[in-house]
Design a protein. Structure first.
Length: 169
């Protein structure tokens, strides 16, 4: 990982926007003052420095704290390229998973809710500590969603968990 000293030598971090800009040109296509990095296929901003690629949220943490992040960094609002320090928090794998956005292949529109064809009922489930817990089977979707939300509170999921994929506008 890049050191704090190496980082501040080449990049400037703006807390209000979460963007890094180049202080020093490291390649022909880089101009001083340009916003650093590009968004990868997963929605994270990657910044290449001296032949290595770094996720911008990890660099932001290093820039502000002068320490390598010991755990995962969670984007509180779920926007993977919103690297404002107020939107970042240290999180365990468990905490980070409890702030997941809705998967793009979800067909019910609600995390943990699916239509069960054979029963013709809505099924609600939640995964806690790697174990799938069956919440129940419901005739109407609203009851299934309410039961799922209740389980999220019970098991300490983040309030943003299961919201649609969020991205900067």
């Amino acid at each position: 990982m890049i050191s704090y000293e190496q980082l501040i030598e080449v990049l400037e971090y703006t807390e209000d926007t979460g963007f890094f800009t180049w202080k020093k040109s490291l390649a022909i296509r880089i101009s001083v003052g340009d916003i650093a990095g590009a968004i990868d296929g997963n929605g994270y901003r990657l910044i290449g420095i001296h032949g290595k690629r770094y996720r911008a949220h990890r660099l932001a943490w290093l820039y502000k704290t002068k320490h390598q992040p010991p755990e995962q960094i969670d984007h509180i609002n779920g926007v993977r390229d919103d690297n404002r320090i107020v939107n970042l928090r240290l999180a365990s794998q468990k905490e980070n998973m409890r702030n997941s956005s809705l998967r793009s292949d979800n067909t019910s529109g609600t995390i943990g809710i699916e239509w069960h064809k054979q029963n013709k009922r809505w099924r609600a489930r939640i995964t806690v500590s790697g174990k799938s817990i069956e919440i129940g089977s419901f005739l109407n979707k609203e009851d299934a969603i309410a039961a799922r939300k209740e389980a999220e509170v019970k098991y300490g999921f983040h309030e943003n968990h299961g919201k649609e994929n969020r991205c900067r506008v």
